[in-house]
Design a protein around this ligand. Structure first.
Ligand code: ATP
Length: 606
């Protein structure tokens, strides 16, 4: 019971947007049950009439006395059609109320489920990268895709539970009014049956959590299977992956089967015990006194209607328990207390005037990890090109992440024109940035849609101009539907170089103040790269550009080159100064065996 109450406490706040809904559902449910009870009670005089025993007035029951007083003034002739008509009216009103209640409950369930899914997605979009980095992608997909549905199902179950509870209360009250003694006796027996069944269903809560765990595991396997398909095939690991997948799928199958087996025991158990009870009462009562037959039949009919409600009540409780794991998973994800967020500042940002400054910035991805950036102080001047070079893992991408405010520094501060970056309006700040990174995401929409993702208001002419600058226009023209061609899931219909050019067009159409190129041309052949470098040279004029490139030939014309090593700035200057220093940059330069000819002939920006 404690667990039920705790679960209801967790779920009820989800309905707070509609505070009127639960009272309305309760009232409609109760009214419906009252009309049904009234209709059933009217059977007593009808049966009495049919038995030609209208003189005999059944004693004891207040409700039956009241019903008889009600029909007293009607002649026995008229009773024969008026009472059935009244019963029919009661049934009609009851069903009208039930229908209204059903529609309202379905509406509420759909609304709340939608809001829940939307909140989970919003959480996914706003929670910090640090938190997301600690979560399994498969588990997150399962929370978003599967557990939100199951939580919506829990809300629907809670609503049904409340409605059924109200109906049960009204039916019980009517039973008490028909025959208090019999009602108490049956209450005791049914309570005992309920307790016996509860012993069977105690494990359901635990099993529900196991289902969530195994679903999350399966989600992870599905995700890895889809995303890593090429690697799996290239390394011939299909049998291994199949085995892993089957194992996870079997875990889901076993835990679900176990849960369903336990859940489905409730209904047959109830039915067998209840039938036994009803038959026993009928036999004993008729043997003792035949005149109570009409009252008894009405009582049994009412009981017969009550039993499925009680049965439903118990199965809803069981279902709610089985969904508790999902509710915990979703509400745990929605809980803001244990998560970090990148909060937006309030100061408006219109344009970068002077510089972005990193002041003794250190950053750890996790407390127990070495710093990815260690005491980095650096000025990125506005309108100039800053190149970040250094060995793999030196911290180049991390520095970009801090500039984009995907993360905040662990120590130190990033400043923009002398103002601290966190004080700026985050949306406005990011609106002035365009990033072309190593892992390009192409959306499953048209080419035009993908380019316009950089600037949703872009006209078709803007999109075409951007595509021309990124040297992808000619290729798009060869496609059957041109700019309206769908590129498939994650852009699988495009080559690596085409994806990269599409991403460049997306950045160009954004017309950003700050352009970040993180290995933006590494998938291009040398002819395309040369063409795009020329285009980017033009596009970069008067913009602040931060470029990361392993191929040093692509950064020679940068205004400043910053060499990072193990999270620290080890060298800084233009290409001539760095070569003269004979340090890390010079070593890297020699390893790439670049001749001085390249230096002069290939002096384009990126
Ligand atoms: P590359 O040139 O190979 O892309 P990089 O210079 O851009 O490397 P970063 O990606 O910034 O290097 O990584 C710097 C350090 O931070 C590395 O040691 C890396 O292992 C670590 N790191 C990067 N991303 C994460 C992450 N999400 N969680 C934990 N550690 C990370």
């Amino acid at each position: 019971m404690k667990k039920d109450i705790a679960l209801c406490r967790q779920l009820l706040p989800l309905l707070k947007l509609y505070p009127w809904a639960i009272p309305v559902i309760v009232v409609l449910g109760m009214l419906g049950s009252i009309f049904e009870g009234l209709g059933i009670s009217l059977f007593v005089p009808v049966l009495q009439g049919l038995m030609q025993d209208s003189a005999a007035t059944p004693g004891g029951s207040a409700l039956i006395q009241w019903i008889f007083q009600l029909v007293d003034d009607i002649s026995p002739q008229d009773r024969l059609w008026m009472l059935p008509a009244l019963i029919l009216l009661c049934i009609l009103v009851k069903n009208l109320l039930s229908y209204t209640n059903g529609v309202l409950s379905a509406w509420l369930k759909c609304r709340v489920s939608h809001q829940l899914r939307s909140r989970v997605f919003h959480q996914l979009l706003t929670v910090s990268h640090s938190y997301l980095g600690t979560q399994d992608s498969g588990k997150l997909m399962n929370t978003l895709g599967g557990e939100t549905w199951r939580t919506g199902e829990a809300i629907a179950t809670l609503i049904s539970l409340i409605t059924t509870f109200c109906t049960t209360v009204v039916y019980t009250a009517i039973l008490l009014l028909i025959s208090p003694k019999l009602a108490v006796l049956i209450g005791v027996v049914m309570g005992t049956i309920s307790l016996a069944i509860r012993r069977v269903t105690r494990r359901i809560d635990h099993l529900g959590k196991r289902v969530v765990e195994s679903n999350a595991n399966l989600g992870l396997r599905m995700y890895e299977g889809l995303v890593g398909m090429k690697t799996i095939r290239a390394f011939g690991q299909e049998p291994y992956e199949q085995q892993q997948f089957d194992r996870s799928s079997q875990q889901v199958q076993r835990s679900l089967l176990h849960l369903d087996m336990l859940s489905t025991t409730v209904s047959p158990l109830y039915e067998v015990f209840s039938a036994l009870l009803v038959l026993t009462i009928l036999v004993i009562a008729v043997q003792n006194d035949r005149t109570v037959l009409p009252t008894l039949l009405t009582f049994l009919f009412m009981l017969y209607r009550l039993q499925p409600q009680m049965q439903l009540f118990d199965s809803y409780r069981t279902k709610l328990q089985s969904l508790a794991g999902s509710v915990e998973d979703v509400l745990g994800f929605l809980d803001c207390q244990d998560k970090t967020y990148i909060h937006s500042g309030t100061q408006p940002f219109h344009a970068l005037q002077q510089s972005i400054d990193l002041k003794s910035v250190s950053f750890h991805y996790a407390d127990d990890q070495d710093p990815a950036l260690d005491q980095v102080s650096l000025t990125i001047p506005a309108g100039k090109i800053t190149a970040l070079v250094g060995p793999s893992g030196a911290g180049k991408s991390t520095l970009i992440h801090l500039v984009c405010r995907f993360y905040d520094p662990s120590k130190g501060e990033v400043q923009v024109d002398g103002r601290s970056l966190p004080s700026l309006d985050l949306v406005q700040w990011r609106q002035h940035i365009a990033i072309v990174s190593q892992d390009i995401h192409v959306f499953n929409t048209t080419i035009a849609g993908n380019i316009a993702y950089g600037q949703m208001e872009a006209s078709r002419d803007d999109i075409i101009a951007a595509a021309q600058q990124a040297h992808i226009h000619d290729f798009i023209q060869t496609l059957p539907q041109g700019y309206d061609t769908s590129v498939g899931d994650r852009g699988t219909r495009l080559s690596g170089g085409q994806r990269q050019r599409l991403a460049l067009a997306r950045a160009i159409v954004r017309n950003p103040d700050i352009l970040i190129l993180d290995e933006a041309t590494n998938a291009l052949d040398s002819i395309s790269e040369h063409l795009i470098q020329e285009a980017l040279d033009l596009f970069s004029r008067d913009r602040t550009v931060i470029v990361i490139a392993h191929r040093l030939s692509t950064v020679y014309s940068a205004d400043q080159i910053v060499v990072l090593h193990q999270g620290q700035v080890v060298e800084q200057g233009n290409v001539q100064q760095l070569l003269q220093q004979n340090g890390l940059f010079s070593q890297m330069y020699q390893l790439q065996t670049v001749t001085p000819d390249h230096l002069t002939s290939n002096s384009s920006l990126v």
